[in-house]
Design a protein around this ligand. Structure first.
Ligand code: 4AD
Ligand code: MG
Length: 477
């Protein structure tokens, strides 16, 4: 007997075919109708049992969450909501699920409750939809780069560098905590550590990515990234997945074009391939919106919003223009921003980014040419001597979804910039080699995968778009 999934069965429905399906019971109504789901798609399939054919003992064990095997014939369905159903001839209990203790009942659970049950939450319609869309988006990332001549480069997870210079690192060590070996001056003797130097989990694959780009031309990384910042927000994870393309001979404008194309390609793929899951999430959001006060409701439905993004060009706006807009904005004049904009040079907070995107431009925006001193050392200094060729891609509801730059390719300028921020050029001599040996204009960016999945699924909390979120104080499961 071939192994059928519910997804295949519903797609290639052939009336009269006899099949076997295995899955988990969503509901069992009237001792007759089993809604069976196997995770392969949003829909459950209705399996109709005649209770005369099976023992009471067996039927009693068919409870929400139990796993069963069902054999039977595909017949047209009389009920609404599905075109076919299975007329059950064989029924086998595979795994009981005691209703008294099973937390996922066929009713609305809050996302907060389900976060506590992340080991089981993928059994729900919402989380299975999100995870399937996450898969489609990840696949689209590889598809996009493969089609455009990029090579998938795997950069290390354990590194000695802090690419972003932010110092928010998870240390990797095998040194003992008690009786840590010390140097004479009392500092830790890392020579006795596993790698004979201090190492950490990577905050970005960019620096190694640049080495790849200056050899292979166009590369991308797509891997886990770790930040030990203590941010408890709906947009930060301690472990997240980042996509980092890096391209030789690309300037900032090429970089912006690529970021826009990539975002649109992924969203288009999800719109095409995840129709049922998106429809489900669209309805879910509409119901959620109904409970909000009118002024807080969003203007667009989820699917409308996705179409809007792929059908329109992203606005490109320099940091300097953005500061002008913000200085003159109503919320700034009325003191509504938590961090008021007072002058050119300040870092933008997410409230400012969201004002620009959601209120001013009403479109995704790419901000560029930021002040040098609020951006990382590796960004190319502009001729004005005070701004760098940085770019941030800002999305409605999310804020920053991607950040990148044209890289400083001039050896002397880069060394100077490192020294200014206290990075020892000798420590990164391997990185500086690219500027010594055949340097060239090059660019890249990092796209936060979970933030993108948040955008396409409409989930408001980033913890709900990764199977097992890691955040400060939380590494369960
Ligand atoms: O802006 P970031 O810090 O840029 C870099 O790491 C560069 N090295 C990228 C590059 O040029 N190759 O991070 C890039 C993106 C952000 O725009 C955001 O979408 C995401 O990564 N991100 C996070 N996502 C979830 N949780 C966090 N704590 C994140 N920090 C950054
Ligand atoms: Mg950034």
């Amino acid at each position: 007997m071939p192994k059928n999934t519910i997804s295949d069965t519903l797609k290639n429905q052939k009336i009269g075919e006899v099949i076997v399906l295995k899955g988990w019971v969503r509901t069992f109504r009237s001792n007759r109708f089993i809604a069976l789901n196997d995770g392969s798609c949003q829909s459950s399939i209705q399996c109709v049992v005649d209770f005369n054919d099976f023992s009471d003992d067996l039927l009693k064990r068919i409870t929400t969450g139990s796993s069963i095997s069902v054999g039977g014939e595909i017949v047209p369905s009389l009920g609404s909501g599905q075109s076919v159903e299975v007329k059950v001839k064989e029924l086998q209990m595979l795994g009981d699920c005691p209703p008294e203790t099973y937390p996922i009942q066929p009713k609305r659970h809050s996302l907060e409750f389900l976060r506590e049950k992340a080991n089981l939450r993928m059994r729900t319609s919402t989380f299975s939809a999100v995870m399937r869309i996450r898969h489609v988006a990840a696949f689209a990332v590889h598809d996009f780069f493969n089609k455009n001549g990029f090579f998938y480069l795997n950069t290390p997870i354990i590194t000695t560098s802090d690419a972003e210079g932010a110092g928010e690192l998870f240390r990797v060590t095998t040194l003992p905590f008690d009786e840590t070996p010390r140097n004479e001056d009392g500092s830790i003797n890392y020579e006795l550590d596993f790698f004979a130097k201090p190492t950490n989990l990577t905050v970005s694959g960019q620096l190694e990515g640049e080495l790849g780009a200056l050899a292979l031309g166009k590369i991308y990384t797509f891997g886990p990234t770790f930040r030990a910042e203590n941010s408890n927000t709906t947009r930060h994870l301690s472990e997240f997945w980042m996509i980092e393309p890096e391209m030789a001979f690309y300037d900032l404008s090429d970089n912006m074009d690529l970021a826009e194309d990539l975002c649109k390609f992924i969203i288009k793929n999800v719109l095409e391939k995840s129709k049922d899951d998106l429809n489900f999430l669209n309805t879910r959001l509409l119901n959620e919106e109904k409970n909000k006060p009118k002024e807080k409701r969003s203007e667009f439905e989820l699917i409308e919003k996705l179409h809007f993004v792929i059908d329109n060009s992203f606005v490109r706006c320099s940091y300097t223009e953005a500061i002008d807009i913000l200085l003159k904005s109503k919320p700034n004049k009325k003191g509504k921003f938590e961090f008021p904009i007072t002058e050119w040079g300040v870092d933008l907070q997410s409230e400012h980014e969201r004002y620009l995107v959601e209120k001013h431009f009403k479109s995704p925006v790419i901000l560029f040419d930021y002040p040098a001193n609020i951006k990382a050392f590796y960004m190319r200094l502009n001729e004005d001597g005070k701004t760098v060729r940085a770019m941030d891609v800002l999305f409605p509801g999310i804020g920053e979804i991607a950040g990148g730059s044209q890289r400083e390719e001039r050896h002397d300028v880069l060394v100077e910039k490192m020294k200014n921020v206290g990075i020892d050029p000798e420590h990164l001599d391997w990185y500086l080699d690219t500027r010594k040996f055949g340097t060239c204009v090059h660019s890249g960016f990092g796209l936060g995968f979970e933030r993108l999945v948040q955008f396409v699924t409409g989930m408001s909390n980033i913890r709900d778009v990764i199977p097992f979120p890691r955040t400060p104080g939380n590494a369960e499961f």
